[in-house]
Design a binder for this molecule. Structure first.
Ligand code: SAM
Length: 277
C-alpha cells in the first residue's frame, strides 16, 4: 500500500474540498473492475486528487478526462501522470462545466468513475443523470449512508428525493462497502461504491423536470399526505390534488414516501395531461 502522504507530503489536504484520497491498490483495481473498464472506454473522473485512481484508469481505458478543482495538486499530478498520453486533466470546478462541453471532448458516450468529493455528491449525480444518454454508467464512491438512500425502496426511512430521482434514470446497485480506514486522511464515516446504469424509466415520460417537481413536492414535508404536499408544491387546490391522486389509482390519503418510481411517473404524466404546470 502506497501512503498518499509520501506521494504528496507537500500538499495540505482540504477538508472543505472533500479531499480523502485512496491509496490502496486493491481498492483502486476493484473500482475499475466494478466499472468494467476496458480498452475501448472513455472515462470521466471527477477529482483527480493525487492521481492514484486516475493512473489505474489510464492503464485500463482508451481515454481519460479528469476534472480537479484544486490547482495546488498540479505539480504532484504532473510528476505522476505526465507519461500518460490518453489523459487530460482539467483544473476546473466540474459543476461549472457544461455537460455538452464534456461530451464533445469524448465525442462518444462515456463512463464516469470517481471517488466523489462528498460535499457535492447529490448535485454531481443529478448533473450527470440529466445527461444519461451520453453516459453509459456511473460508478462512484459515496458516503455509505448516501449509497443506502440512493438504492432505497419506497416506504422505507431511507427512501426520499435522491432515491426516486436516481432510480428514475438508472438502476442503482451498491457494489461494495469501503471502510473509512482505506482513505487518507481518514474520514468520519464509511463509504460505498454505487453503480448507476441507465434504465428505461425516463423514456416513459416527456418531461423529466415535471417528474422532479412532483418528487420534490411529495417529499417536501414527510409527515403530510401527498395531497397536502401537492397543493403546496404545485400551488393547486385540494380538490385538484385529490383528483390527480385518484386518477393515478392511488388512495387519496397516501403519503409521498409510499409512491414507487412507477407511481411517480404516472403522477407526473397526469400533471402533464392536465396542463397544471
Ligand atoms: N480521486 C482521488 C482519490 O480517489 O484518491 C481524490 C478523491 S477526493 C475524495 C475528491 C477530489 O475532488 C479532491 O481532489 C478535490 O480537490 C476534488 N474536487 C472537489 N470539488 C471538486 C469540483 N467541484 N470539481 C472538480 N474536482 C473537485
Amino acid at each position: 500500500m502506497n501512503n498518499a502522504k509520501d506521494l504528496i507530503n507537500e500538499h495540505s489536504f482540504s477538508k472543505s474540498l472533500g479531499q480523502n484520497f485512496i491509496t490502496d491498490t486493491n481498492l483502486l483495481e476493484a473500482i475499475v473492475s466494478d466499472a468494467k473498464i476496458n480498452p475501448n472506454d472513455c472515462v470521466l473522473e471527477i477529482g483527480a486528487g493525487a492521481g492514484t485512481l486516475t493512473e489505474v484508469l489510464c492503464n485500463n481505458a482508451k481515454m481519460v478526462i479528469s476534472y480537479e478543482i484544486d490547482k495546488t495538486l498540479e505539480t504532484i499530478l504532473n510528476q505522476k501522470l505526465n507519461k500518460y498520453k490518453n489523459l487530460e486533466i482539467i483544473y476546473k470546478d466540474v459543476l461549472k462545466e457544461n455537460n455538452q462541453a464534456i461530451y464533445k471532448k469524448f465525442n462518444e458516450p462515456y463512463k464516469i468513475v470517481a471517488n466523489l468529493p462528498y460535499y457535492i455528491t447529490t448535485p454531481l449525480i443529478f448533473k450527470f443523470l440529466e445527461d444519461i444518454n451520453n453516459v453509459n454508467t456511473i460508478v462512484v464512491m459515496v458516503q455509505k449512508e448516501v449509497a443506502e438512500r440512493i438504492v432505497a425502496k419506497s416506504n422505507t426511512k431511507e427512501y426520499g428525493i435522491l432515491s426516486a430521482i436516481v432510480q428514475f434514470y438508472a438502476t442503482a446497485k451498491i457494489k461494495r462497502i469501503v471502510n473509512k480506514d482505506m482513505f487518507y486522511p481518514r474520514p468520519n464515516v464509511d463509504s460505498a461504491i454505487v453503480a448507476l446504469t441507465k434504465n428505461s424509466n425516463y423514456e416513459k415520460m416527456t418531461n423529466p423536470k415535471i417528474y422532479s417537481m412532483c418528487v420534490h413536492s411529495a417529499f417536501a414535508m414527510r409527515r403530510k399526505t401527498l395531497q397536502n404536499n401537492l397543493c403546496m408544491g404545485l400551488k393547486i387546490s385540494k380538490s385538484l390534488a385529490k383528483e390527480i391522486i385518484t386518477d393515478c389509482g392511488l388512495p387519496e390519503n397516501i403519503r409521498g414516501e409510499v409512491l414507487t418510481v412507477e407511481n411517480f411517473i404516472k403522477l407526473a404524466n397526469v400533471v402533464i395531461q392536465k396542463k397544471i404546470v
